[in-house]
Design a protein around this ligand. Sequence first.
Ligand code: 13P
Ligand code: SF4
Length: 310
Amino acid sequence: MTKKLSEAIVSLKNDKNAVILAHYYQAPEIQDIADYVGDSLGLSQKAAETNADIIVFAGVHFMAETAKILNPTKKVLIPDLNAGCSLADSCLPGPFAELVEAYPDHMVITYINCSAEIKAMSDIVCTSSNALKIVNSIPAEVPIIFAPDKNLGKYIQKKTGRALLLWDGSCIVHEAFSIDKLVNLYKEHPGSKIIAHPESETHILDTANYIGSTAGMIGYVKKYPSEKFIVATEAGILHKMRQEVPKATLIPAPAQEDNTCACSECAYMKLNTLQKLYNCLRDDTPQIQVSEKIRIQALKPIERMLELSK
Ligand code: 13P
Ligand code: SF4
């Protein structure tokens, strides 16, 4: 069934000159039929350079919306329009506008996990793979608002020694990790390397041998292809990691709540299925729409990020 559906998707994709971009947190069968699988920065870069007529974005809404901002004349489809993000939801335009207005001398750096309206109020967008570089590109005397992820913000504060004005948002998936269970797991696997995404809380990051974006984490395990890793990010990443380092032992970091996977999964990311992907490509819906006024304002900070990431 999965094979038939995958073949039907590839055939439709070729007929319609579409490209499928997928995030590492997508289900394995979606990653396996994608033209490109990557982190938020890599996916934005691919979206910026594609010649396809249609972009099918197998990820969450803010990612597909970023692709639409970069490609106003292309159709941008998402398998499930309800694939949101707790970070994007934490930062609504009204309260964010009040903050920005209250601190007019501050530069506004926003993590890409936010809506087009929030990007439109920003000076530069960043992702977890370039946040450090982007904050460091701003002169030390310029104060910065950093939104919406307070955990990534705290990590950047620690790395740069700069005080950032932080928005109080977080990722429910990365805040689900249990430090007590992680410590016990490490005791069972002494010598394993702990790798963590910077959306995780400080006490988790403090245990890590490596901290980085999803692409960064994959790059790190590739340096030690036969070792043992405890992986503190969404469990979907394990699929690509297993393909890249089949001899490594990969153990997902445990969540506080006992659940079926004994890991942390993003329910938003997992709303996308192969069937929904097929349907959206067949029917050209759901499509991402962004008003032209917001799009033009949101484009500038995204382009600034892409420029600074070259
Ligand atoms: P990256 O893939 O850019 O590291 O982001 C992780 C994430 O949580 C995306 O929603
Ligand atoms: Fe948002 Fe977290 Fe899910 Fe990424 S993993 S989409 S940051 S809720």
